[in-house]
Design a protein around this ligand. Structure first.
Ligand code: CU
Length: 175
């Protein structure tokens, strides 16, 4: 009898754990869907890109290295100015030599300013997954492939709150 009761209790405990795991799993799935939706919402305005279009990995690309760094109360890209031919595909090799997380977002100055304002309101929203943006962890490097299909003056900026203001912005002239 006692054994039977214990077995029963164990079974109930087991079921409770299974139910909790199920609920946690569903919750995580739901949170994932929510995050994806919020992300889409946030970036709807960026579906077409002012500075060109995402690059194609199989096509040749000009290699441009950009170093991200901070120091003396400033944050910067090196170099901070690029000249690119219209139609040129560029593979940016991004090296974060600083101690903070940095990113690069390609766009017009106007877009980046607006985007930066949104980032201040929703600082929990990373946009490292967007085709025109890339996050780089301190001490790490990464790549961004981009085709500059339109002539004009664009910029690359770090839209993590405070970084663009501290100098983390570069100019791209496409002609
Ligand atoms: Cu930054």
């Amino acid at each position: 009898m006692t054994n039977g009761t214990n077995a029963g209790r164990r079974m109930i405990a087991g079921l409770a754990i299974a139910a909790m795991a199920g609920a946690a799993g569903a919750g995580m799935m739901w949170a994932g869907v929510g995050a994806a939706m919020a992300h889409d919402d946030h970036h709807q305005h960026a579906e077409s890109y002012a500075a060109g279009e995402p690059g194609q990995a199989r096509k040749p690309a000009r290699l441009i290295e950009i170093v991200m760094a901070e120091g003396d109360g400033k944050m910067m890209y090196e170099p901070a100015r690029l000249e690119i031919k219209k139609g040129e595909q560029v593979k940016f090799v991004l090296r974060n030599r600083g101690e903070l997380l940095h990113e690069i977002v390609l766009g017009t100055a106007q877009e980046n300013l607006e985007h930066g304002e949104e980032m201040k309101k929703h600082s929990d929203m990373p946009h490292g997954d967007l085709p025109n943006a890339k996050h780089i962890e301190p001490g790490k490097s990464g790549e961004l492939l981009w085709k500059f299909t339109k002539a004009g003056v664009f910029e690359y900026a770090c839209l993590i709150p405070g970084h663009r203001e501290a100098g983390m912005v570069g100019t791209i002239v496409v002609k």
